[in-house]
Design a protein around this ligand. Sequence first.
Ligand code: ADP
Length: 623
Amino acid sequence: MSETRTFRTEVRKVLDLVVHSLYTNKDIFLRELISNASDAIDKARFESLTNAEIAQKWRIAIEIDKKGGEIRISDNGIGMNAAEIDENIGTIAKSGTKAFLEKLAENKEVSAPELIGQFGVGFYSAFMVAEEITVESKRAGTADPAVLWRSKGEESYELSEGSRKDQGTEIRLRLKPNNDDYFEAWKIKDIVRKYSDFIEYPIHLVETGKGSQKEEAEKPLNSMKALWTRKPEDVSEEDYSQFYTHLSHFGKDALSRIHFSAEGTSNFKALLYIPAEAPPFFMPQDLKKRDIHLYVKRVFITDSCEELLPDYLRFVKGVVESEDLPLNISREMLQRNPQIEKINRNLTRKILSELSSMMEKNRDKYLSFYANFGRVMKEGVNSDFQNREKILDLLLFETLNGEPGKLSSLKEFSEKLPPGQDKLYFAVGDDPRQTRKSPVLDSARKNAFDALLLGDPIDEYIFQTVMKYKDKSFVSLNQENPEISKSAELEEIKKEADKKHSKLLEAMKKSLGDKVKDVRFSDRLVSSPCCLLADKFAPSRQMERIMKAMKMDAPDSKRTLELNPSHPIVRKLCAKSSEGKDDATIANFAELLYGLALVADGEAPPDGAAFVENISALLSQNN
Ligand code: ADP
């Protein structure tokens, strides 16, 4: 009995893309099917540890049947029963699919096959070359009957009972015209060697000749070399690079790799790669995903062991093989396992020291790493207290005295402070370019002091929690803070203004009302007319915005408007106040200065139209 079902909408969209887009590289369909076969054997092998029914001699076969117009990929892995096949390849359970489709539609540069590999829409890629696919599968270790799944990759698929007796899965592809290459043994060999050489199970090539006789080559197509178990000096660059392609599904080389083996209290081997590029996009669920495969004594345990690396190193890919863990370790047991924790600490140390030596020896390479993953690394400062100092040392910032765009480490910054400066000043803005011009930097500029120019709200959060680097403390220039050095000259001017124009400040404060905490003359502004300062321990505006976006409790704290008594606009205002101008004029000026201070902070004045009117009026005045 057979039953026809329609694909879910997302699947139909994926299929449509697979079938109708022009791909640069159709060959990857084989990589995807082999990788599925290998995963299926991994699972069966894992179950066989506790279920004697499953024990098998593992193998994957690729059968070329030119006469019959088919190629067939089979494995003796875990297999699927009817419900599983329906679930696994009739729907796409993965939430990434929608994002995949959107990304593909908007971003033509990322090639579709690369995305297909990454998102696990792998099976469907076979429709690039096949006009009809039949899957026959039998679930291992159960009495479930075999199941047959058939589809032309259009609207629907058909399900019926199969006749397969052995556990595992066979995928039959009836090839589309003009795909005859795939009937050639050399072609299949080529693809397997290129993409699937490290697959742990032998991949055999079977050719169906005349009279349906099957010929099988004695030697498997793949070398099955598990690189990580070898000594680094015995592995060629090419092998390393191919293995990375195999792990990452990306055609590009990694930026750096770490291959080592640990002995002593913890025995394991690791081969890790730091990617050259961030994946096309990070999705929130990626936070828990790790591209770290875990093996125990050559047995595959999982391809995403999140316990092996801290969140902030989630971009690292690789393989870890432990000698100490029990073979039958379950997912639950991986959590809080002391051996796993030891490996985690060890890997973390190694990665941080690799990055630190990259930063010292090859700054350009490090800059490219930092551009991709610097943001992620920063999360570590407040989550990995053991390594906090090391992570801080890996962060880079623009500085006031440095050239725009040039990044310095905290060490470089703090060791080169100008004479007289003993605090690590920093200013916050939406990006370093904008921050560089911020009025809050006036006093630093005047004193020729240096300051970190922050453009990322997490930086501010970091400095406010860390508070010190080595023996020097961080001081925010966006806050009111008595620790900020001033000059005697500016203080004198401020005192003078305070004396003469206290009435003006009162009037402005009254007219601005709730918008500000206070209005004051400044002893730190030099060339800017005004600025807004937060309370000493209050977050900056940028930080508040982020906290609100994250739905955190952000206090809508009021800031103090500081006026530069030497600035022409302020002087004009003082003159008007002394002349006893009416309240409306003072109120207009107050709004104007408040608006300017907001704009300098990257914000819009609350009433844009009134602000423009105000400025226009001022500009058209002659005096
Ligand atoms: P992915 O392999 O990334 O999960 P696919 O679309 O390639 O995505 O496969 C979907 C699912 O179908 C797999 O997760 C697996 O559960 C199942 N599957 C595919 N091929 C096989 C196979 N040869 N044996 C057993 N299950 C398979």
